[in-house]
Every structure is written in C-alpha cells, then in structure tokens.
Ligand binder design. Structure first.
Ligand code: ANZ
Length: 975
C-alpha cells in the first residue's frame, strides 16, 4: 500500500504529549529478577514528549544497562562469536527457505477440510517502490508471520497471502523522467520485494500471489465499478481539481505543497472538471454504526467517526434583502449545529464558491469579491480551515433577514466557510463561535451573547463562549419565538420545531464525509470501463463480457498540456465503438485511483485464479472475515473506509457474506532511526547546556557521537564536560538524514531470525520505537546461546558441529516446570500479540537451562517448537538435528500442563517430640525420607536431631513431620 498516495488529508492521531514508551521492558524485568546478571548499555526508557517534524524528543531518558551477561569471559566469548557468527545462519537460512519453497510448505490448498477452524491473517500489501523494503516493513510482517505459524501449529487452516499494490504515481513519474515503461519498473520492484520477503522467511502462500496491475485481477476491480454504476453509486460531476497551468496537468493533493506544484514550484489552482464520483455518502450511517462491533484500535475507530463526521443540527432559511430592506426571492440556506444561538447570528457568510454568490454581490463590491474568489481558489481546504490562520473575507454588499428576530444582517464572503460542507453558507454567531468571534472583531461586526454558562465564573466577554448553557436575549414576540431561560438543548429543539412550523427551516443531519472522487488524470491505473457515444455523448457502461478492459501500451506518458489524461494519446484505443449498437464512441481516458485495487484484494486471496467470479461463494463464506489485519496507522482512514464501503456494496449484492471485511485491525508502530545526541554552541562557539540554549536555533546544533555521551540523572551530558546537557532525538528514517537501516544489511550481518526477533523484542508491537544496533546484537547473542545449548559449542577451530547435545532421558520435575512455564507464557503472549514479552520468557528459559547438567531431548523439542514462529530457520534446523525428517510447520504447538505450573513447594512444620521446633521447604509430594533428610540439614533443627536416636517419625505429607526421640535422648538433652 502506498504512502505516497494519501490524496486527501489524513488525520493521524498525534501521540499524547507525554506518553511513555518503554523499550525493552522485558530486559528490565529479567534484570531485576536475576542476580547473576550484570548490566551493560543497550536500551532506553524513553519519554516521548514532543513530536515535531517527525522527530521525538526524549526529555527523560534513562539508560538501562541491560545486556545479559554471565561473567566477563562469556561476554567476551559471545562478542567474538558475533564477529565470527554466533551460529551458522548463513547456511541454515537459505537452506530452509529453499526447502519451504520446493515443498510449498505454506501453501493453503484450494480444497481444505472446512471442519477445521480457519485463521485469515493479512498484511496491508505493499506498494513495490524502487527503494525496496525498509526495516519498518518486517515489523508488521513478522508479527503476522508469528501468528500464522502459531495458528497452523494449533491446527487451524491458515490463509497468509502476499501481493502487490502496484498501480501508482511513482512508477508513472519515473516513466516520465526516464522513458522506462511502468510495467518494467513495477516488475523489477516486485521481484526485489519478493526476494527480500523470502529472505526473511515469511510463511506466505506464494501460490496465491498477485498484483493489482494484472488484467486477471483488475478485470474484477472494473466489474465492481460496473456494479456501482448500475446501482447509481458511481456518477459524474463537475468537481474542483488541482490544476497546474504551467505543467499543463492535474495534480494529486500530495503533489501540491503550499499552493504550488511540488515539481517546479508552479502555482496550482482549483479548477472544476468532469470527474467520476462514488457515492460513499449513501453508506455513511452504516459505516458509522458497524464500527462499534469491530475489534479495532479505538483511535482508528474515532478517526473514522470523525472522518464521517455526523452532525445533527438544522438548516435555516435567511431571505436576502434588496436595497430597500425588502425580501427578495432569494434565500440562503445555512447549516447549523447550534440553532439555539440563532438570536446571536449577526452576519451570514457564504463560501467563495457558493452558487448564489453572483446574484448577491452589489455592483460596488463585485470587484473585491472577484479578487477574493480568485485568491481563495489557490488555497486548499485544509489551509482555509486552519484555526490559527487569520480569517479573511469581503463584504458582499447585501443583507439578509434573521428569521428569528427580523434583523437585517450583512452577508460576507469568507473562505473559512467551505463550499463543500453543509450548504456552503453559515449563520455566524460571533459570541459563541471562535472563528466568527475573530472575524467579527476584525471587521467590526456586532457580537451578541445569547448563551450564558451555567457556571457563571466562566462568563468572559473577551472571548467567545462556545459551550452549551442557558439562553438569554432570545425572544421575539412578533415572530412568536421565545427561548429565554431554556437550556441549549431544549432551545435547539424549540427553534427547530418553530422553524418547521413557520417554514424557516428544518432538522438536518450532516456528514463531513464527501463522495469519493474516483477518477485520476493518470496513465498507470485501471481503465474505467465506460464509453461515450460520439453522436450524443451518452455514457455507456462496457458489457461485463468485454472485461478486462486492458490498459493500452503507451510510450509517451507526459501530460497532454490540456488537462486531458495521458490515455487520450492512445488514439486507436480511445476511438472505439459501442459493442451493442456498433456506433462510434470514445473511451473514458481517466483511470481509477490507487485506492481501487487495494479495496478488495483480501477477497481475491481467498480464490486468486477464479476467472468466472470475483470470489467463489463457498470459499468466501469459509475465509471471511479477515481475522487479523496488520498495517500502518497512515491507512487508518481512507483505505479502511473505502474497503469497508466496497465490502458493504458487495454484501448488498450478495458477493460477500459478512458486513465487515476486517474483524481485527492492528497498527504496528513506526521504527525511528537511532537516537541522536545534539549539543548546542553559543555565538562564540563554546558549548552551552541544552536548558539554556535556544533549542530551535538549528544552526547552533551539533551531533555528538554516542561514545562521547554519558547519562546523568534524567538527561544526557557530555562525557568530558558533564555540565553540558544534550538533547536526545530520534528521527523518522529518511535518506536525507542518513539514518535508514537496510534490512538486507541486517540479514547478511546477523541473519533473518535475528532481525525478526529483534523487531519483535524492541517493544510492544503497536508502539513507536527507535532502532538500536546494540539491541540486535543482544538478540543475536541469545540465538547463539540457544544454538550452543542445543547443538553444542563449535569445535576449537570455530566450525559448527553436527547433531545436538540432547540425551534420551526423562526430564526432571524442575526441567518440566521451567518448560511448561515458558510454554504457558509464550502461548499467552502470542495470543495477546505481546511478542516482546514472549521472547523474554524464552530468554529466561534458556538461562535456566544453561544451569542444568543434562538436557533431555523432549525438553529441547518442545522449546524448539515454541521458538519456531519467531526464529523459524533456526528452529527447523534444530528440529531436524533432534531427529525429525520433515518441517515442524504443522507440528502441534506445545500445550502447557497445568500440573507443572503450580508453585508446589510448601513450608512444612517440623516437631520434635510434639513441639514445633522449625520449618523446612519441601516439594508437596516429598517422601518422608526426603523430608527427614532436609530437617537434618536445617541449621536450627539439626541441633535437636544430630546424633540422636529416633524412636519414631510421624509424617503427614504436606502437613507435618513429627520426630519422636528415644527417652534416653531426652534425659541427655535435659542434663
Ligand atoms: C451557528 C453556530 C453557532 C455554529 C455556534 C457553531 C457554533 P460541525 O460540528 O463540524 O458539523 N459550518 C457549517 N457549515 C460550514 C461550512 N461549510 N464551512 C465552515 N463552517 C461551517 O460544525 C457545524 C458548524 O460549523 C455549524 O454550526 C456552522 O456554524 C459551521 F455557537 O452555526 B454553526
């Protein structure tokens, strides 16, 4: 999925100002609970306190020294091994990748046993960009892979596919620059992505792979468009687009920065053009209601709710007046969510694009209004509605009558009112709306308070009071409306009732959601399957039998200069005839937006090669909905909303069986570059502490290498001069900052299993976290230790031995307890998608196992299965060495036996001749003999027992041990 193509403004929830992300919490726990660990630098407890320009400032950073060490020698040995290779991953990993590929290990056959439960786990499929994978990709992909492998081992039928969202702007732009056909670039990029993903050992069913540019796939994207058209859900309308006269092309929103084209910096204006629209607004209520039952992050659901933006209010009618104050035959309808404030409406505003504007403007004002309209056409909606921006406007020269009190109020034109929302006109109530207040102050328009806060201490005439309260100054007996003394809520209902009765307005629900602009003036997209009759201009949908309508080959992708899409250059393709009447016709030359292909791909994975249907009904019924869908938060709104919309349409026409496509959505966090330390210099060039420096003066900043930094209290200081406090920051990875980590490099240095494990160990999946190279060394050492524990240490010459050190013996109780605790924890943590703490449990197990003298095979086998979803290559290899001949991918995942989970040591009271003399710690099932031996060893009890002859022992297991001494002893003792 592309991040380049966020064509509308995506509201990404900012991080709460002082939210805390704890990196490596498990290392902390591990450290706290184990005395044998000394500590070394490797992780941070971060306090993310600000988020500016993609960087996170760490105000309270405590470095937790946490590399897991077991004495200096072993650490040194580990380090050496890192240099040499902690274990033979360069041989193991390609070997198992080949095995999986040759055996199609992860193929989900078409015919499956549907009596088994299913698990559909999906990644948001990537846009195969020229840059290849970055380390952010494997974060989500590893999480889904762990889930897929885990569920397979639990006996589920698992669907875990991968494909490519391959239409899009970058390939087209590259084609314009270099003349390389987007097909070539796209296939090259896909090949690179695929081999990178394979090198990470993800268990995708590659037999189901497809890309959105394949005609066999987009045939069905076009088919869905035809269904929308049939149901009146696709239509054409004149809509403003970003038109750049200098480049002679329409630009996507992300190609326009501050009103000029990203390429060349040329002015961009909003120009109406005939466009295809999809009527998503018809589904607004259902899109809103059905959110409630989804297991999605609340923040994402809220973003969708805000995007849909349901507002209850009223439409009110304001008649325009002529110069004599008489009502003309024109009325302006406004949308308001606060009908209770109608007596405070002291002016009206119409948007610069309001259709009635030309008939309102007075002669004297027309020049100013035209200039203003021109100015506004250069601004984006976002710029126009930014709260901080100074409000601007121009008087239209005419007035309207406030229907509630009969007053003539001026009509202004201002761009803070959008033409596309509500009715494109508002009744402005400066006393109770901050934007109107600012505007009224600037243009000297009266401000009338009509609502008082119930808490009088909040009354302040120096600013607007936007809250609800008690109504004042709101009565007009002539017009029959009196709402004084009512609460805002009661007043609003009364005004609506009055307006309805008197014809001055009505109740209205409004949505922020707009219909979806579905056409792009681009080459690299799905052709829209309609034609226009040359004779009449009539729009004719292509018959379904004509699908796919394939994209014609084109050598010249440059803009036409007229705003016509590049496809209009494909003359012989454009000129066609109506298949049913044979009349000459012209094809639609706009293409679909990139969102189209990603709207329904999850359905196609269920049945990727079906040429008769979009998806087979039975297969769909079995696999729907997607159980877990993982991807970036940047897709929280549009992609998820558009797919939900299409899914609901497909539900209505009986193609799918569920109302919603994705039951659970998880957004993985962002991986930021390594923390960078910045020092400040004053104008003389001397270092100054960050607290006294003007932190914003970038020119005075200097990056300090990590080795010259130490931690002091909550902050970092210069090692040489601890008075100089530094600022620690992590930035989003970007080429220009030089902080990008390439997964290929990590794989070749540490192996794919280490990368997978590290990305999971960095912290909770959903949190943002910083890359830290010493962290990957830490998990790599853990894998090395695991290898040496099971497969044995390398030979003195550094070569790795064959086989394992496992023995065929029954495990001890202690070993079983350790193992089953680990199984319980790992299972629980995978199920709760807390992968980082699952890894800690495995690390604890390995530490415990290192203390054992003997290592039974059965314990190793179970552990290897536990490890396999995380580090599948190593696990497969160890499984083989433990004596198995096939992949472990479908072995049952170990189950924790509750019998070994109980803490079964108890405190047993020990009596000597009926008097309690002390206690011993024993296993609950301890024998009498063992209990007595322990009592003899106990310092306190041994005083009474050593050298004494025993008459009898009374032992009640789990309750008491009573030792009766010979009388002789008592006498001796008494003497
Ligand atoms: C009078 C009023 C009085 C308003 C008051 C607010 C507070 P939401 O909740 O976002 O739907 N509005 C209506 N159409 C608009 C447009 N096209 N462009 C900009 N603003 C517009 O907001 C609805 C409120 O936003 C409406 O209620 C209207 O201002 C304004 F004390 O009407 B109100």
């Amino acid at each position: 999925m592309s991040k380049h193509l966020l064509e509308t403004h995506i509201q990404i929830q900012p991080l709460p100002p002082r939210s805390h992300t704890l990196l490596f919490p498990t290392q902390l726990q591990t450290l706290q609970s184990r005395k044998s660990f000394t500590t070394k630098k490797s992780s941070f407890c971060l306090s993310l306190c600000n988020n500016k320009k993609n960087s996170f400032f760490f105000s309270h950073v405590s470095v937790v020294r946490s590399s897991v060490t077991r004495g200096v020698n072993e650490v040194e040995e580990d380090k050496q091994l890192v240099v040499k290779k902690a274990y033979p991953f360069p041989e193991i990993e390609p070997k198992w990748q080949r095995y999986w590929e040759e055996n199609r290990t992860f193929r989900t056959p078409d015919e499956i046993d549907t009596s088994k439960p299913k698990f559909y786990v999906l990644d948001m499929f990537p846009y195969p960009s020229g840059a290849g994978l970055h380390v952010g990709h494997p974060l989500g992909y590893t999480a889904t892979d762990i889930l897929a492998r885990f569920k397979r081992m639990q006996g589920y039928n698992v669907l875990h596919p991968m494909g490519w969202d391959a239409f899009g702007l970058p390939a087209e732009q590259y084609a314009i620059q270099t003349g390389t056909h987007p097909n070539i670039t796209t296939f090259r990029n896909i090949n690179r992505f695929r081999s990178q993903l394979k090198s990470l050992g993800f268990s995708y069913d590659w037999d189901r792979e497809f890309s959105t540019i394949e005609p066999e796939y987009y045939k069905w994207t076009q088919w869905i468009f035809l269904q929308l058209l049939k149901r009146g859900l696709a239509y054409q309308a004149e809509v403003p687009v970003n038109w750049c006269p200098a480049l002679g092309t329409v630009l996507a929103n992300e190609e326009v920065i501050d009103g000029v084209s990203e390429r060349g910096g040329h002015p961009v204006i909003r120009k109406p053009m005939r466009q295809w629209m999809l009527k998503i607004t018809a589904y607004a209520d259902r899109l809103l209601e059905d959110l409630d039952d989804l297991d999605w992050p609340e923040s994402v659901k809220d973003m969708q709710r805000n995007w849909i933006g349901r507002s209850e209010g009223a439409e009110m009618e304001f008649y325009v007046l002529d110069s004599d104050g008489r009502e003309r035959n024109i009325k302006i309808t406004v949308f308001t969510t606060r009908p209770d404030t109608i007596f405070g409406a002291t002016y009206l505003v119409v948007a610069p694009e309001h259709t009635l504007l030309p008939s309102l403007v007075s002669m004297a004002q027309s020049k100013y209004v035209e200039e203003y309209i021109d100015l506004a056409s250069r601004k984006s909606d976002l710029e126009r509605t930014e709260l901080q921006k100074e409000k601007t406007g121009v008087f239209s020269g005419c007035y309207a009558r406030n229907p509630a009190n009969g007053e003539a109020i001026p009509i202004w034109v201002a761009d803070y009112v959008l033409g596309s929302y509500g009715t494109g006109a508002i009744m402005a109530v400066p006393a109770h709306d901050t934007r109107d207040y600012e505007f009224a102050l600037k243009y000297d328009i009266p401000i009338r308070w009509v609502v008082t806060p119930e808490d009088k201490s909040l009354t302040d005439s120096r600013s607007a009071f936007p809250g609800q309260g008690l109504i004042i100054n709101s009565s007009n007996s002539m017009l029959g409306l009196d709402i004084n003394g009512l609460s805002s809520k009661e007043a609003a209902s009364k005004v609506i009732e009055w307006a309805d009765k008197t014809g001055n307005g009505k109740k209205k629900v409004n949505y922020k959601l707009r219909d979806w602009l579905f056409a792009r003036q681009r080459y690299w997209g799905e052709p829209i399957p309609v034609i226009f009759l040359d004779e009449t201009g009539e729009t004719i949908p292509l018959p379904e039998t004509e699908l796919p309508l394939t994209l014609p080959e084109l050598d010249d992708f440059t803009p036409t200069g007229t705003g016509e899409p590049p496809l209009s250059k494909a003359g012989s393709w454009v000129k066609t005839m109506d298949p049913s009447s044979g009349k000459p016709a012209t094809r639609e030359t706009s293409t679909m937006p990139q969102w189209a292909g990603s709207c329904w791909y999850y359905l196609r994975f269920m049945d990727p090669s079906n040429s008769k249907e979009l998806v087979d009904k039975e297969k769909e019924r079995y696999w729907s909905p997607v159980d877990v869908y993982v991807g970036g938060a940047e897709h929280a709104v549009l992609h998820l909303l558009y797919s939900r919309f299409w899914h609901k349409v497909l539900y209505d026409i009986g193609v799918v069986s569920t109302k919603e496509p994705f039951q659970c959505v998880i957004n993985q966090g962002i991986i930021l570059g390594e923390v960078q330390y910045m020092a400040f210099r004053d104008s003389d060039g001397s270092f100054i502490s960050a607290d006294s420096a003007d932190m914003l003066g970038e020119a005075n900043q200097e990056r300090i290498p990590e080795e010259k930094v130490v931690k002091s209290g909550d902050s970092f200081v210069l090692k040489d001069n601890p008075k100089i406090r530094l600022v620690a920051r992590a930035h989003k990875m970007s080429k220009s900052r030089g902080n990008v980590v390439n997964p290929d490099d990590v794989v070749s240095e540490y192996g794919a299993d280490s990368l997978r494990l590290y990305e999971m160990f960095m912290g909770p999946l959903r949190d943002s976290k910083t890359w830290n190279t010493s962290g990957i060394e830490g998990v790599h050492r853990f894998l090395g230790r695991t290898w040496r524990l099971i497969a044995g240490s390398p030979s003195p010459d550094g070569t790795f031995r064959d086989g394992t050190v496992a023995i065929d013996e029954e495990p001890t109780l202690e070993q079983l307890r350790s193992l089953h605790k680990c199984i319980a924890k790992v299972t629980d943590e995978i199920e709760g998608t807390r992968f980082n703490t699952g890894i800690s449990a495995m690390m604890e197990f390995i530490n415990a196992a290192y203390k054992w003298d003997k290592h039974p095979r059965s314990i190793f086998e179970a552990f290897v299965l536990l490890l396999s979803p995380y580090a599948p290559h190593m696990a497969e290899e160890l499984w083989l060495r433990l004596g198995h001949s096939t992949s472990l991918a479908y072995e049952p995942f170990p189950k924790a036996d509750p019998a070994y989970l109980k803490d079964s040591t108890i405190v047993l009271p020990v009596q000597i001749n009926g008097k309690t003399r002390g206690t011993i710690q024993v296993e609950e099932a301890c024998t009498e003999e063992d209990a007595f031996k322990l009592a003899l060893k106990d310092e306190k009890l041994s005083k009474y027992l050593a050298g004494k002859s025993i008459k009898k022992r009374i032992y009640v297991p789990g309750k008491i041990l009573n030792v009766i001494l010979d009388r002789e002893n008592i006498k001796v003792g008494a003497r």
